[in-house]
Write a protein that binds this ligand. Structure first.
Ligand SMILES: *Cc1c(COP(=O)(O)O)cnc(C)c1O
Length: 503
């Protein structure tokens, strides 16, 4: 093969393996993340890419990283992932509003950007199993605080050779999120609420992964557990695609010159989305600065400012909940790179993080972060960005996207006039209450939250403001019958899994 890319652990404790094996493993055995041994380069010109549709660009980007998949395999995965399950023909449309252009990553079945990767991961995973002679059924186990669980359910539903079990904390997710999950279709999907909070669910799932007795029982039934976690390289690679796609649309629709440098601004939590933009730059896309936008949980902003990562701080719940994170797992892949691909150095820093909750990088490493800029938005800034974007340009953005829009606005004076592409990660329909509050300046009436009538009145309000049809993802939640009502205590998660899988 011309340019074989192999994967090894950021912590050095594994041999180089193929992309399909890395996707099957998820996490490396030493607890590190799989990284490519080098960056391939785009082998098409911008002009050529500009004439391609989303799927064709997806093929031309993914083939560079997933070099042990055949062309037919990759094209088959891509065709299954990016079709009529998206409510926009182009898959990822762009909308300009004043100085910013928004890359709308929310047209998939759960109206948030995690669909971009989770619609294709199941196909990459089952193909990887076939290629490696793994005949076991793959069962995905996930604990969710709301969004990832639904996106994973939607991705794995009715994919042959797979099953998925999602645990969520009863009372710990929004009305909308719970309805989204309990109405999930697919004969291979199971959704279980537990007594306890998200951490209980997460801890319970981790225990199941490490349970030797369970592993034996599963092996006897030819089943193996897997995770749809965002550290899987099979989730990262499909995310590189939309930056390349977005660039070509900027050329075709927004009049930037082919080869002109573009900045990107990404609302960040686990650091997966922005790392994909950085990988896009490494393969030759003309990206300038990568602006990492945080909410009040601004660990990453502080890291880019000071070179110290410190999770010892108060955790706050914000109106952009998918970014409420103190340990951004995917940052480890960047640390590895700026350490000069030194796995020992990376392992040492991650050990410090585990033991003391903090680490500081060397001056030399910090110099290699010049492509990145950190920024953050307070809750007030976020609501103001929603307000201003709507009032000035008639365009509605969700709370996560608004964090990025706010940060991009603060940065505008410093970027030498480069156009800025903002990753728009969720539909305003998904976080309707805060979006309505941002636009109107008033908190929606209290006391009625989480009732169907209240939620529905917000949806109607968004429709009125946005002027776009209510997505099927929202309509389905309203009318679809409940298909899942299993409930257990955190202590009984194992029994529940055994029962579901007939062990
Ligand atoms: C997951 C998520 C993010 C954060 O993305 P990371 O890849 O974890 O940085 C931002 N916005 C929304 C709506 C999300 O669901």
């Amino acid at each position: 093969m011309a340019d074989q890319v192999l994967y090894s652990s950021t912590r050095g404790g594994s041999d180089k393996i193929t992309a399909s094996k890395a996707i099957l493993s998820g996490l490396a055995p030493d607890g590190g993340l799989f990284v490519p041994d080098h960056f391939p380069k785009l082998d098409k010109t911008i002009e050529e890419l500009c004439d391609m549709d989303y799927k064709e660009i997806a093929y031309n980007v993914m083939k560079l990283f997933l070099t042990d998949y055949t062309e037919a395999e990759l094209r088959d995965c891509i065709a299954k992932a990016y079709g009529s399950n998206f409510d926009d023909e182009s898959i990822v449309p762009l909308t300009s509003a004043g100085p910013l252009t928004f890359l709308e990553l929310y047209h998939g079945p759960t109206i948030a950007f995690k669909d971009m990767a989770l619609q294709i991961l199941p196909h990459l995973l089952t193909t990887a199993a076939k290629k490696n002679g793994v005949e076991d059924k793959i069962v995905i186990l996930t604990a969710t605080s709301g969004d990832t669980g639904k996106a994973a359910l939607a991705g794995f539903a009715d994919v042959p050779g797979t099953g998925i079990i999602v645990f969520y904390p009863k009372g710990g997710v929004s009305y909308f999120q719970e309805r989204q999950m309990v109405t999930q279709k697919g004969d291979n999907t199971e959704v279980v609420s537990i007594d306890g909070n998200f951490d209980d669910a997460q801890t319970g799932v981790k225990k199941l992964f490490g349970d030797e007795e369970l592993k034996k029982a599963l092996a006897a039934k030819k089943i193996r557990f897997s995770s749809a976690n965002s550290i899987n390289i099979g989730r990262l690679v499909p995310q590189i695609v939309y930056y390349v796609w977005g660039y070509t649309r900027m050329v075709k629709e927004e009049g930037i010159k082919s080869g002109e440098t573009l900045d990107v601004c990404v609302p960040t939590g686990n650091f997966g989305n922005i790392l994909a933009a950085f990988y896009a730059k490494q393969i030759g896309l003309p990206v300038g600065k990568l602006i990492c936008a945080s909410n009040t949980n601004k660990v990453l902003y502080d890291f880019f400012e000071t070179g110290s990562y410190d999770k010892n701080r108060e955790f706050t719940l914000t109106i952009s909940p998918s970014m409420d994170i103190l340990v951004s797992s995917n940052l480890e892949r960047l640390i590895y790179l700026i350490a000069g691909n030194d796995a020992n150095k990376c392992a040492e820093l991650m050990k410090k993080l585990r033991e003391s909750g903090r680490y500081t990088i060397s001056t030399e490493m910090k110099e290699k972060l010049a492509d990145f800029r950190g920024g953050f938005a307070t809750e007030e800034d976020t609501l103001k960005a929603i307000h201003d974007t709507y009032n000035k340009y008639g365009y509605l953005i969700d709370t996560h996207t608004a964090v990025a829009a706010s940060v991009a606005g603060k940065y505008a004076g410093e970027n030498e006039g480069r156009p800025v592409l903002v990753a728009s990660t969720a539909s305003p329909y998904k976080f309707a209450a805060s979006v309505v509050k941002g636009v109107s300046g008033e908190a929606p009436k209290t006391g009625a939250e989480d009732t169907p009538e209240y939620e529905w009145s917000l949806v109607k309000k968004i429709e009125e403001l946005f002027g776009r049809e209510i997505p099927n993802a929202v309509l389905d939640v309203k009318d679809a019958p409940v298909r899942h009502d299993m409930h257990c205590s955190a202590a009984d998660m194992k029994k529940t899994v055994e029962k579901i899988l007939g062990l």
